[in-house]
Design a protein around this ligand. Structure first.
Ligand code: NDP
Length: 451
C-alpha cells in the first residue's frame, strides 16, 4: 500500500496499524483513506499531531467477540461468532449497525466501525462510532431460525448496549424483521421498555418514519447536491444502482421521485437491466415481501428487463452511479468503464464500495465523487432522530423527518465541500469529509483528556 508520506506521523501510524492488526485488509484500507487526507490539517493545526491523539483514534475503545449458539429447524446446534466494536464515544453513545453475512470478521467490523466515527460526526447529532454483526447467513433460513439466532445473539449483546451506551441498528442482512426479534429479546431479558436501545424499529413500537428509506434517499439527495454544484440536476439523468436490499431499493425510489431513470439493480448472483427503468413496486414486492432474487424480477417484468448472471451493473452506460451493495464492489476496471461511458457522478450508498485504485481514476477524471461516510450518512442521521423521538416519547410525521433528512444531507454536503475548499482541495469530497469528521471528533477527544 502506498504511504500517506506527506506527514511522517501518518506514515508511521499506518505501518503500526498494519502490524498491530494483521490480516485485516479492509480495516487497513479504511484507515489509509482517512490518514491520506489528514496531512494538511496536521500541518495547519499542529496540536492535532500531539502525541497520542491519532493513535487513540485508531484503537477501538472496546472490542467484543462472543459465541452465538442456536438450533436450526432440524434440531442441530449451529455456532456463529458475534462482534461488537465500540470504537469511539467522544461525541455520544456508540452508534452503528449490525451486519449478518458470512463474510463478517473482525477486520470487516473494524473498518465499518472506524468509518462510522467520521460519518456520525458529520451528521452533527451527538453520536459516537460503533459497529457489529455476525458471520451468520440469513439467506435460506426460516423465520423461526432467524428468530432463534437473533435471540441468542442478543442474549450476549444485551449486557454491552443501552440507550446511553451503545445503540445498534441494521446493516446487510439485518432489516426490520431482525431488529424486531433483537428488540423483543432485549426487552425480555432486561425487563425494560428502553426504546432508544435499537433503531430501525417498527413504526408502531418506537421506530421513526423514513428510517428504512433514509440511507437511499439521503444518498440520492447527496448526489443531487453534487450535481447542483455543477449547475445540473437529476431530472432526466440515467442511473446505475447496484444491490437490491434496503439501500438500493430506496435509492431507486428516490431517483424516480426526482425525475431520474434507474436502469439496474443486482444481487450476489447477477444484475438486471431494465430499459424502461426499474419498477420499484415490483422489486419491493419480490425483495421485501417474498424475499426473492433479482432474477425473479426480470422474469416477471416482461420484455424491457434482462437478467445478466454473474455480470456487474457498471457495464451499463449511465450519468450517475450509486454503488449500494457492499465493500470493494467497484474496482479500477469498472471505474474505467464508467468514465469511458461518460459518468458524471459516483456516490456511495454502500460503505467503502470503491477500491482505492478506482477512486483515484474517478477523481483524476474529474467525476464528482461522494464518499460513503458523507453520502450514506442519512441512515444513521434518521436513527439519531429516532433516538430523539424515543427520548421525548413522541413520533414525528413523515414530512417532518423527511425535511430534517434533506436539511442534514445538504448541511453535510456543504460542510464537506467547504472543508475541501479550505484545505486547498476544491471539489474533493473525500478530503472534505475526512477532515471535517476528524476535526469534530479530535476536538472532543482533546477536551476530554487522555482516556
Ligand atoms: P441489505 O442486506 O438490505 O442488501 C444488501 C444487498 O447487497 C443485497 O442485494 C445483497 O445481495 C448485496 N450484497 C451483499 N453482499 C454482497 C456481496 N458480497 N457481493 C454481491 N452482492 C452483495 O443491506 P443494506 O442495503 O442495508 O446495505 C447495503 C450497503 O449499504 C452496505 O455496504 C451497508 O454497510 C451500507 N449501509 C447501509 C445502511 C442502512 O441503513 N441499512 C446505512 C449506511 C450504509 P444478496 O442478497 O445476493 O447477498
Amino acid at each position: 500500500m502506498t504511504r500517506p508520506d506527506t506527514h511522517p506521523l501518518l506514515s508511521a501510524l499506518l505501518t503500526e496499524v498494519e502490524q498491530r492488526n494483521p490480516a485485516q485488509p479492509e480495516f487497513h484500507q479504511a484507515v489509509h483513506e482517512v490518514l491520506e487526507s489528514l496531512a494538511p490539517v496536521l500541518v495547519e493545526r499542529p496540536h492535532y499531531a500531539e502525541p497520542g491523539l491519532v493513535e487513540r483514534l485508531l484503537e477501538p475503545e472496546r472490542q467484543i467477540i462472543f459465541r452465538v449458539p442456536w438450533q436450526d429447524d432440524q434440531g442441530r446446534v449451529q455456532v456463529n461468532r458475534g462482534f461488537r466494536i465500540e470504537f469511539n464515544s467522544a461525541l455520544g453513545p456508540y452508534k452503528g449497525g449490525l451486519r449478518f453475512h458470512p463474510s463478517v470478521n473482525l477486520g470487516i467490523v473494524k473498518f465499518l466501525g472506524f468509518e462510522q466515527i467520521f460519518k456520525n460526526a458529520l451528521t452533527g447529532l451527538g453520536i459516537g462510532g460503533g459497529k457489529g454483526g455476525s458471520d451468520f447467513d440469513p439467506h435460506g433460513r426460516s423465520d423461526a431460525e432467524v428468530m432463534r439466532f437473533c435471540q441468542s445473539f442478543m442474549t450476549e449483546l444485551q449486557r454491552h448496549i443501552g440507550e446511553h451506551t451503545d445503540v445498534p441498528a441494521g446493516d446487510i442482512g439485518v432489516g426490520g424483521r431482525e431488529i424486531g426479534y433483537l428488540f423483543g429479546q432485549y426487552r425480555r431479558i432486561t425487563n425494560r421498555w428502553e426504546a432508544g436501545v435499537l433503531t430501525g424499529k417498527g413504526t408502531t413500537w418506537g421506530g421513526s418514519a423514513i428510517r428504512p428509506e433514509a440511507t437511499g434517499y439521503g444518498n440520492v439527495l447527496f448526489a443531487a447536491a453534487m450535481l447542483r454544484e455543477r449547475g445540473e440536476d437529476l431530472e432526466g439523468q440515467t442511473a446505475v444502482v447496484s444491490g437490491s436490499g434496503n439501500v438500493a431499493l430506496y435509492t431507486i425510489e428516490k431517483l424516480i421521485a426526482l425525475g431520474a431513470n434507474p436502469l439496474t439493480c443486482s444481487d450476489s448472483g447477477g444484475y438486471v437491466i431494465d430499459e424502461k427503468g426499474i419498477d420499484v413496486a415490483l422489486l419491493q414486492q419480490i425483495k421485501e415481501v417474498e424475499r426473492g432474487r433479482v432474477s425473479d424480477y426480470a422474469e416477471r417484468r416482461g420484455s424491457s428487463a434482462r437478467y445478466v448472471p454473474g455480470g456487474r451493473v457498471w457495464d451499463v452506460p449511465a450519468d450517475v452511479a450509486l454503488p449500494s451493495a457492499t465493500q470493494n464492489e467497484l474496482d479500477a476496471d469498472a471505474a474505467a468503464t464508467l468514465i469511458q461511458n461518460g459518468v458524471k457522478v459516483v456516490s456511495e450508498g454502500a460503505n467503502m464500495p470503491t477500491t482505492p485504485d478506482a477512486l483515484h481514476l474517478i477523481q483524476q477524471a474529474g467525476v464528482a465523487f461522494g464518499p460513503g461516510k458523507a453520502a450514506n450518512a442519512g441512515g444513521v442521521a434518521v436513527s439519531a432522530l429516532e433516538m430523539s423521538q424515543n427520548h421525548a416519547r413522541t413520533a414525528w410525521t413523515r414530512e417532518r423527518v423527511e425535511d430534517e433528512l434533506t436539511q442534514i444531507m445538504n448541511d453535510i454536503h456543504r460542510t464537506c465541500h467547504d472543508t475541501a475548499d479550505r484545505y486547498g482541495a476544491p471539489g474533493d469530497y473525500v478530503t472534505g469529509a475526512n477532515i471535517a469528521g476528524f476535526e469534530r471528533v479530535a476536538d472532543a477527544m482533546l477536551e476530554q483528556g487522555v482516556i
